[in-house]
Design a protein around this ligand. Structure first.
Ligand SMILES: O=C(CO)COP(=O)(O)O
Length: 251
């Protein structure tokens, strides 16, 4: 069975009730073949409930991060319990902004991934190298290290609910998209890593998204690559580009 293409929108720290209304009504009016495309949007936590209640069922809603405890004295954190209560079935974890700005380590990220899966959530787990790491030919080493931290705490069957997002940090929000070949090369390495370190089945079935300056202009070329199974889109998910990208895939 083929890997279903996933178009994800990470709104990051951008939202208002008005923006939610606009973006969700545009998505509700759009159509795509749900046998071939999965659409997931990740608004900021305070808007998850509103987005879930407005969006049609074909739109999956995701948190941008959660903590690895159910409840208690963890001021400011988001529990998987809140997500379940609100009908939210996905979370992004390990985004480079969490890793860089909020100092979330490989280990913390892995712990969150394992916890989220244990709570029945699906996870978009992000990996990716910084510019200086790419320039030092460390791309594979960094991505493999990030993957290994996650793989260590998962059972092979857990991977059914994991999507890997390869997001080179130098491409995020910079307009410097990876070329289709640059992205494909790393995606293929990730798949090989999964084959060698988890299993053939997990390597075949796990979707690997590309993220970093994806736009309506470059999505068609990127999606021709054999190991690119979807996108995690930041800036362009806040504009009409998001639907154009879905439509480009549908066409
Ligand atoms: O970080 C990203 C998605 O998670 C990518 O952001 P941009 O699409 O704005 O580069």
């Amino acid at each position: 069975m083929g890997r279903k293409f996933l178009v994800g929108g990470n709104w990051k720290m951008n939202a208002s009730k008005q923006l939610v209304n606009t973006l969700v009504s545009n998505l509700n009016a759009a159509e795509w073949n749900t046998d071939e495309i999965e659409v997931v949007i990740a608004p900021p936590a305070p808007y998850l409930d509103l987005v879930r209640s407005l969006a049609k069922p074909e739109v999956y809603v995701s948190a941008q991060n959660i903590y690895f405890e159910k409840k208690g004295a963890f001021t400011g954190e988001i529990s998987s319990e809140f997500l379940k209560d609100l009908g939210i079935t996905w979370t992004i974890l390990g985004h480079s902004e969490r890793r860089e700005i909020f100092k979330e380590s490989d280990e913390v990220t892995a712990k969150k991934v394992a916890y989220a899966l244990g709570e029945g959530l699906s996870v978009i787990a992000c990996v990716g190298e910084k510019l200086e790491e790419r320039e030092a030919n460390q791309t594979a080493a960094v991505v493999f290290r990030q993957l290994a931290a996650i793989a260590t705490v998962l059972k092979p069957e857990d991977w059914t609910h994991v999507v890997v997002a390869y997001e080179p940090v130098w491409a995020i929000g910079t307009g410097k998209v990876a070329s289709p070949q640059q992205a494909q090369d790393v995606h293929a390495e990730i798949r090989t890593w999964l084959r060698d370190n988890v299993s053939e089945a997990v390597a075949e079935q796990t979707r690997i998204l590309y993220g970093g300056s994806v736009s309506a202009k470059n999505s068609a070329d990127l999606q021709t690559q054999i190991d690119i199974d979807g996108f995690l889109i930041g800036g362009a998910s806040l504009t009409g580009d998001f639907i154009t990208i879905i439509n480009t895939r549908s066409a």
